[in-house]
Design a binder for this molecule. Structure first.
Ligand code: FES
Ligand code: FES
Length: 224
């Protein structure tokens, strides 16, 4: 099924929303300052330091934000190096989805809360929606696409299919990637350990029982 380029739009929207929110807060701060400062006052004392506020009184615009230019950054993803043209503070999730076309990781909350965007970085499950590209460095990133192929799925992918462990499927990338990092550390977990490991990955559809069964199947574990 073709994946709509929703994240690109969402990223732009989020950035624009943040800028507009910042401008609104600045305007409110300026309005507040103008009300407490006498019209001809040129400075205010703040902890013994005189701060020049004539610009504020005149209503000068706040200093323009520093422009961050796109840079070419090399990312090691799924075993190969890729040059991506991105702003260094943009999040890894956008580079993966928009620059590299890897649609396994999903945008859910954008706040490190749901786990839909999980990828592996040097074997650890991380939330790519809050990981700036500049923080990746030489680390090896693995996405859902790097685990297996349609012809040869990873045991976890095979187990999720066998257990039909998905309804809408939006959370499944995060569930599989978190489970992969977990099973690499603990290959024979108990059911409770699996539940604990996936505790921070949210599924809105309520597929939890099947997801846990799929991870148990992948681990070859039927322990309670
Ligand atoms: S989208 Fe990254 S944790 Fe929700
Ligand atoms: S299957 Fe829909 S959110 Fe988990």
């Amino acid at each position: 099924m073709k994946d709509a380029p929703d994240d690109w739009t969402h990223a732009k929207f989020t950035k624009r929303w943040q800028l507009e929110r910042r401008k609104r807060l600045q305007r409110r701060l300026l309005d507040g300052l103008r009300q407490i400062i006498a019209p001809r006052q040129r400075s205010i004392a703040f902890y013994g330091v005189n701060i020049n506020i004539s610009g504020v009184i005149r209503g000068d615009p706040m200093p323009a934000q520093e422009l961050v230019m796109s840079q070419k950054i090399n990312l090691n993803v799924n075993g190969a190096g890729h040059d991506v043209e991105v702003e260094p503070d943009s999040m890894l999730l956008y580079a993966l989805r928009n620059n590299l076309g890897l649609r396994g990781p999903k945008f859910g909350c954008g706040l490190a809360q749901c786990g839909a965007c999980t990828v592996l970085m040097d074997g650890n499950a991380i939330r790519s929606c809050v990981t700036p590209v500049s923080a990746v460095g030489n680390a090896k990133v693995v996405t859902l696409e790097g685990l297996g192929t349609p012809e040869q799925p990873h045991p976890l992918q095979r187990a999720f299919i066998a257990e039909q462990a998905a309804q809408c499927g939006y959370c499944i990338n995060g569930m599989i990637m978190a489970a992969k990092a977990f099973l690499d550390q603990n290959p024979h977990p108990s059911r409770d350990e699996i539940k604990q490991a996936l505790n921070d990955n949210l599924c809105r559809c309520g597929t939890h029982m099947r997801i846990v069964r799929a991870v148990q199947r992948a681990a070859g574990s039927t322990q309670q």
